[in-house]
Structures are given as C-alpha cells and as structure tokens.
Design a protein around this ligand. Structure first.
Ligand code: ADP
Ligand code: 3PG
Ligand code: MG
Length: 407
C-alpha cells in the first residue's frame, strides 16, 4: 500500500529551487535555547535527498505563537543547529518574503540551503492568505513545494494550504513516514494492539479514544484522564485534577465498548486499580501509592499506582503493537513519572513490539527518558495535534492539499 500523495521521489525535482515547509517549532528552555532537536533531525532525510539531487533548498517554518516580529521566536538559532546537523552551511534570511529572500536565493548555487525567518511574524500565515502564499512563491522562485512539517499539517495555514494552490506540491519523506506508520498501525496493526491513553484531559482526545474503542484490543487509561474515568465510576478522587462535565462522553465511550466486548468492558478498558497521591504538586512532595478506596479528600492523584504499573507492564508484554499518547502521570516531577518511565522501559526492552508514541508532552518525556533521540522505540511522532488527528481518522488539510499519487 503506497502513500496516496506524490512525494519528492515521484517528481523530476533535480536541480530545481525547492521550497520545503518544515516544522521547526522546537521546544525552548528558560534561556530561549533549543531544548530538543527531534523535529530538526526528523526533517534531515528530506533535505539530504534534495541536497543530493542538486536542488537549491529553501526552508520555511514557524516557531511558537508570536504576536508580530518577536525576536524570542526567531529561527536564526535553528539555522545554526541545522547547519551542524547537515554539515553544510545554512544561510539565514531574516524575512520570509521580499527582495532579500530573492537576492539570497539568486546568489546561492546548487546544493545550497537557505532558512527563512518565522512565517508567523506575518498574521497572513495563520489566516491562510493566498496573496501571502503567492508572495512566498514569487520571492523564492520555487519550482516545487515540499510539505515535510508533519507537526503542522492539521492546520490550514498559508504554508500548509494556500501555498499548494501556487506551486506543484508534494510530500517529504518525514510526512510520508509519519503518515504510513500512524495510519498503518490504526488500520492494519499487528495484534494484539494495546492503546495507552493518558495526559491531562479527555475532552482533548475524545475522537481518538472513540476510535481506539473500535480498533484496539485493549485500552489502558492513565494520567489525569484516568481521574475523570474513575470519578465517573464513583471513586472519590479527593483534590485530583479531573473533568466533571464529561459524563455524556463517557456514557458514549462505555456504550460503544459494551457493543464491542459485552460484559468484558472492564477488562477491555483498563483503569488504574491504585493511584500515587501527594498533598501538593511540588518537587519535594512524596509519592504514596494507595488503593482507590483510601484516597483522602486532600489527596491529589498524580500518577498510576504501583500495582497498576505491574498490571500495565504485563498487558504490554503480550502486545504486538502499542500506541501511546499522554503521560501516565505528572511526569514533569520524577516522583510522579514512575508509571510513564516503567512503560517506556517495557517498550524499550521488547523490541519485537511495535511502539508508536504521539503527543507533544509524551514525546518530550520519552525523548528525555531515552536520551538517544527516541531510538528505543519504533516511532516517536514529531506531531502533537497532528498525530492525534491522524489517529482519530481525520483528514488533515496540509496532506489533502498535496498532489495525488497516480492510482
Ligand atoms: P500530550 O501532549 O502528550 O498529548 P497531554 O498534553 O494530554 O499529553 O498531557 C500531558 C500533561 O498531563 C502533562 O503536563 C502532565 O503533567 C499532565 N498530567 C498527567 N497526569 C496528571 C495528573 N494525574 N494530574 C495532573 N496533571 C497530569
Ligand atoms: C505543534 O507544535 O503542534 C505544531 O508545530 C503546530 O503549532 P501550533 O499548535 O501553534 O499551530
Ligand atoms: Mg500536551
């Protein structure tokens, strides 16, 4: 089953000016420096392919959500990092349209790489403004547009949609890999497929949970999301973070699960049997693993409990595919990262199980845990919202707008 869009391999791209949309929306530390470069590294195969084919490469991206030209969100430091990773000079231009862009590209030769300044310095970017897209096309003189910013293809912006109306547009290798890995696991998984959902809110992820009810063999729920499930089941959750307005959603989820597995619902959707609580969310807070019936009114459930961790590890041991989205606890604090860390360890030590990890915070967590660019896992997605929407089965505007592959 091939990808349904044309990619850079399918078009005579050699020696042309090629405009590449990357998602270099990298996390920044408190000093404003790049704290993780997965998104830059993930885009390298596409750039190397174009480089080897003699293209003049022009890369565009956004960074953060700036209000106008805020220097905190300049892509200049990304150009420096990219240059190291490509082992090739990357020219940075402090604008993404206009004469300086045109002149720089004109002067550059085959194999050159130019990175343009943050697209979101212009409000026209998020407005999907066609005149702005035309201006990018004209300023760069690009012959092809390559979409490789997987993390942003759920947005219909000038650089993901309007631009495709101006230049013949194909997919890059990262976009193709993300799409094939995620949709492949959702549509034709090696079974058993265990879906693990955690993180902050059910309301962010309803469509994905509902899809997993249909496609997964087990669904494991952790994180603050589990608090909401447990409260729905009548457990007193003390001072834990939860959503009390999700009764209709949970009714729907349990109804669909019941249709699928009958009385096995509570072995199909696995909720924590114990939780790790603290009296406050603070680095010095100590973890207490407690049964569900002993949660006190001022307890905050911040992680899955120790028995639950063992149960999850045992369930995952039988899986052939695991899709994980959402940390299983308040993983920013090590005391409450036990659940997520034990799950990461289980996945890393059973390489025969395909492990697909999506979600901004979950990816950040496993990358720090692994400290090796996520190599311990089959696939760490570069997309947050985009990977969730793809898992939910939505069509993504930044993919739809590319040229169709011939049937
Ligand atoms: P992702 O970005 O991977 O999709 P989310 O944004 O949904 O994940 O959730 C991650 C956030 O959920 C983290 O900030 C984490 O601290 C928070 N979280 C997880 N479990 C809990 C909990 N029990 N109580 C409070 N916050 C939690
Ligand atoms: C992301 O980090 O999810 C993408 O880069 C999109 O960024 P946005 O949520 O600001 O549109
Ligand atoms: Mg998040």
């Amino acid at each position: 089953m091939g990808f349904f869009k044309l990619t850079i391999r399918d078009v005579p791209i050699d020696n042309h000016i090629v405009l590449v949309r990357a998602d270099y929306n990298v996390p920044l530390d408190k000093d404003g420096k790049i704290s993780d470069d997965l998104r830059i590294k993930a885009n390298l195969p596409t750039l190397k392919y174009l480089h080897d084919h003699g293209c003049k490469i022009v890369v565009i991206s956004h960074l953060g959500r700036p209000e106008g030209r805020d220097p905190k969100y300049s892509l200049e430091q990304v150009a420096v990092r990219l240059s190291k990773l490509m082992d090739h000079h990357v020219e940075f231009v402090d604008d993404c349209i206009g004469d300086r862009v045109t002149q720089t590209i004109k002067k550059s030769g085959a194999h050159s790489i130019t990175l343009l300044e943050n697209l979101r310095y212009y409000k026209e970017e998020e407005a999907d403004d066609e005149a702005f897209a035309k201006n990018i096309a004209k300023s760069t003189g690009a012959r092809y547009f390559v979409q490789d910013g997987f993390g942003v293809v759920h947005r219909a912006h000038a650089s993901t949609h309007a631009i495709t109306l101006c230049i013949p547009s194909v997919a890059g290798l990262l976009l193709e890999r993300e799409y094939e890995t995620i949709t492949g696991a959702m549509q034709h998984p090696q079974r058993p497929l265990v879906a693990i959902m955690g993180g902050a809110k059910i309301s962010d992820k309803i469509a994905v949970i509902e899809r997993f009810v249909h496609v997964a063999d087990n669904i494991i729920i952790g994180g603050a999301m589990a608090n909401t499930f447990l409260a729905y089941k009548g457990v007193e959750m003390g001072a834990s973070m939860l959503e009390s307005d999700q009764t209709d959603t949970l009714d729907r989820i349990y109804h669909a699960a019941h249709e699928k597995v009958g009385d096995e619902v509570d072995t199909f959707i696995i909720l924590p049997q114990d939780v790790a609580v603290a009296k406050e969310i603070a680095p010095k807070a100590t973890r207490r693993s407690v049964g569900l019936e002993t949660i006190e009114s001022d307890d905050i459930a911040l992680d899955i409990g120790d028995r639950t961790i063992e149960h999850i590890v045992a369930t995952v041991a039988k899986a052939k595919t695991v899709i994980w989205n959402g940390t299983l606890g308040y993983a920013e604090l090590p005391e409450f990262a036990h659940g997520s860390a034990r799950l990461a360890l289980a996945l890393a030590t059973q390489p025969q199980t395909a492990s697909i990890i999506g979600g901004g915070d979950t990816a950040d967590f496993v990358l720090k845990w692994d400290n090796n660019g996520g190599k311990s896992f089959t696939h760490v997605s570069t997309g947050g919202g985009a990977s969730l929407e793809l898992m939910a089965g939505d069509t993504l505007p930044g993919i739809e707008s590319l040229l169709d592959a011939r049937k």
